[in-house]
Design a protein around this ligand. Structure first.
Ligand code: AP5
Length: 261
């Protein structure tokens, strides 16, 4: 399946994706990924999108993409959002909802989507419901990835990312072929600004206080699928895929059929 370049999501405004997806042979999937920072949501989102032909919609990527702009090109709201991200704090609901709201058309992309990093608060989840209703689509499942804290911290501590093509590595678990160099585009790998030990702690606290309550929100809607996130990325992917299918099959009126492109 061809990979959309995500321009419409990353840049917002009037930007168009250079290679929008074709409608998938089966139904398009619309998923939300939840889980602590570093549990592997981005890694799983890439696997799911490659398999489903869906678009990886990451709010963290919107912010990191904005880092490539010069400070003078950024709005004061975006500047404030980046400052929060660098400290490991959540960006305010007001700013996030503005950023996601103006990208609502990505939700009705014919290939479906995998939302990664949004929603993160109950207010954001309620706003997402309103956006989805406006766009005439609905969620198929919410995957919650679960992993013990020490393993999550180990994953974040060893993470290295490519600033150019955004590929993600781990020093020991998923190392690049040549140390420090991206396998995909050859750029020098870096450590994310918010992957410093003190910032990791702040992010974990924000997750426990603000994002965990979302589990109940989606459990009550019958959408929550808990996925143990231990093992290799392929093992976790297979686990989520099987659980997602059975959860969807067990719902009497699957929601996936609305708004197919
Ligand atoms: P965001 O980019 O969403 O970060 P996050 O949720 O903290 O998640 P991460 O990207 O850190 O981790 P991940 O779970 O994707 O793990 P990964 O696959 O990389 O958000 C960043 C910041 O933006 C937030 O802190 C906040 O400030 C702001 N923000 C974003 N959205 C917001 C919102 N809605 N509201 C408010 N603020 C918002 O994997 C981690 C490492 O583990 C990698 O090195 C990987 O190679 C490795 N790994 C992955 N899977 C495995 C495996 N199975 N085995 C071994 N290693 C593995």
């Amino acid at each position: 399946m061809k990979k959309p370049n995500q321009k419409a999501w990353l840049a917002g405004g009037d930007a168009l994706c250079a290679n929008p997806p074709d409608p998938p042979p089966g139904p398009a999937w619309r998923l939300v990924l939840l889980g602590a920072p570093g549990v592997g949501k981005g890694t799983q989102a890439e696997l799911l999108c490659a398999r489903l032909g869906a678009c990886h919609l990451s709010t963290g990527d919107i912010l990191r993409n904005a880092e490539c702009q010069g400070p003078r090109e950024r709005s004061p709201a975006l500047q404030a959002a980046l400052a929060s991200m660098h400290k490991g704090e959540l960006v305010s609901d007001e700013i996030m909802l503005e950023l996601v709201g103006e990208r609502g058309r990505c939700m009705r992309c014919c290939g479906g989507f995998v939302l990664d990093g949004f929603p993160r608060t109950v207010a954001q989840a309620e706003a997402l419901d309103a956006i989805l209703e406006r766009e005439g689509v609905s969620l198929d499942a919410v995957f919650d990835y679960e992993l013990p804290l020490d393993e999550v911290v180990e994953r974040l501590g060893g993470r290295r990312v490519c600033p150019s093509c955004k590929a993600v590595y781990h020093l020991t678990r998923q190392p690049p072929q040549k140390p420090g160099i991206c396998d995909v585009c050859g750029a020098q790998l870096i450590r994310r600004e918010d992957d410093k030990p003190e910032t990791i702690l702040t992010r974990m606290r924000a997750y426990e206080a603000t994002t965990r309550p979302l589990l109940e929100f989606y459990r009550q809607k019958g959408l929550l699928v808990t996925v143990p996130a231990n093992g290799t990325p392929d093992e976790i992917y297979a686990r989520a895929w099987i659980s997602g299918h059975s959860a969807q099959a067990s719902r009497s009126a699957p929601s996936v059929k609305a708004g197919r492109g």
